[in-house]
Design a protein around this ligand. Structure first.
Ligand code: CU
Length: 366
């Protein structure tokens, strides 16, 4: 729908996209989302995976909607332009001069162009200063044309600058050996139309604050999801019981993680742990005295089972109170946890929530 500016002088119907940070934000958010997804799928410890993923999704949505919103604003602005909406006026001072033949390199390194560039820092602290542009058209032979443009948000800024500061003209006057005599021209101009969006509706700082805030919100939502997930996993229905999990002995394996980082049981009692393999890879559950230590008790080494919802039962007698270890023999680095034997801990099969499927005979595994 973009029309090129035509020769009629009226350019109100032109919809030129302004420079925008949103494509960049979308890109970064997509990268972040990809990273979070990889983290979520790969990393054993899921504590931060949910929050990270939540934040990534929220930031991606923000980026996409932000871009769409800004584009909408641009269209609206283009439409308003057609109705002659007054725009803030800006002022530009243009100084042109010709550099003597062969002086361009010198002017750039230490001469007039170098000095003009350095003046940028002094200009920045002046009220109303917006930008400085130096444009050179280098010529192989003959003089090179130079154009210096300073832009101001109001006439006062330009006037103050001309009265109080070393102006471009002063700088040029110091380099008479480089400037071709009689070529200096100065124009104080008013900007009629500019695609540069000076009255930026929404400061970049404010935008980033909002984005950061919303990402934090996403992080919190993700944390909540994690909490919910850990509460509801393995219950097989029924109401969540935050303090006592409905089935402490049911462990669900996926690729490659266990849903529990810790299994708690009472001492000196026969227990049956059910391992459900909901992954695609083969897994098992094996209780040992310590990381790398021997099997905790006879029968405490579960068989390796295929994925796809298969189950196996591991029955053994718990030792005395203490802290032990469990792992998957195929993925010991990713799938492991603490087996904690505490006084008064749960015992039995833990086969199903109370009332459902009670009395299932445990079968000895391994
Ligand atoms: Cu495994």
């Amino acid at each position: 729908m973009d029309h090129q500016a035509n020769a009629h002088g009226e350019q109100h119907d032109v919809h030129l996209p302004d420079p925008s940070i949103w494509p960049l934000v979308v890109g970064v958010a997509a990268l972040f989302l990809g990273g979070a997804l990889i983290y979520w799928s790969r990393v054993d410890d899921q504590t931060f995976a949910g929050p990270l993923l939540g934040a990534a999704i929220v930031s991606t949505l923000i980026a996409v909607f932000g871009w769409a919103y800004e584009d909408g604003q641009m269209r609206k602005k283009a439409a308003e332009g057609a109705h002659g909406q007054p725009k803030p006026t800006r002022y530009t001072q243009v100084v042109t001069f010709a550099l003597a033949e062969g002086k361009l390199d010198q002017a750039r390194k230490s001469g007039i162009i170098h000095d003009l560039e350095s003046s940028d820092n002094q200009l920045r602290d002046l009220d109303g200063f917006q930008d400085l542009r130096i444009i050179v058209s280098p010529a192989a032979t003959g003089p090179s044309q130079v154009l210096v443009e300073t832009t101001w948000s109001d006439r006062e800024g330009l006037a103050t600058y001309e009265e109080t500061r070393q102006t471009m003209l002063d700088i040029i006057a110091k380099h008479t050996d480089e400037v071709v005599p009689g070529t200096v021209q100065v124009f104080d101009m008013e900007v009629i139309r500019d695609t540069k969006d000076v009255t930026f509706r929404f400061g970049t700082g404010a935008a980033f604050t909002v984005i950061a805030g919303l990402m934090l919100g996403g992080f919190m939502i993700g944390a909540g999801l994690n909490l919910f997930a850990s509460e509801s996993t393995g219950t097989g229905g029924g109401t969540p019981q935050p303090t006592v999990p409905a089935n402490p002995f049911r462990v669900v394996a996926t690729d490659n993680r266990f849903d529990k980082k810790e299994i708690v049981a009472g001492p000196n009692a026969e227990i049956t742990i059910t391992l459900v393999n909901n992954g695609r890879a083969k897994h098992n559950i094996h209780f040992t005295t310590t990381k790398g230590g021997p099997t905790l008790a006879p029968g405490a080494e579960g068989e390796i089972i295929d994925g796809g919802g298969t189950e196996t039962k591991v029955t053994f007698t718990t030792p005395g109170v203490g802290e032990y270890y469990f792992l998957c023999d195929l993925h010991p680095d990713q799938m492991n946890g603490i087996f904690r034997v505490v006084e008064g801990g749960p015992v039995g099969t833990g086969e199903a929530p109370a009332g459902a499927g009670a009395g299932t005979t445990p079968t000895t595994g391994g």
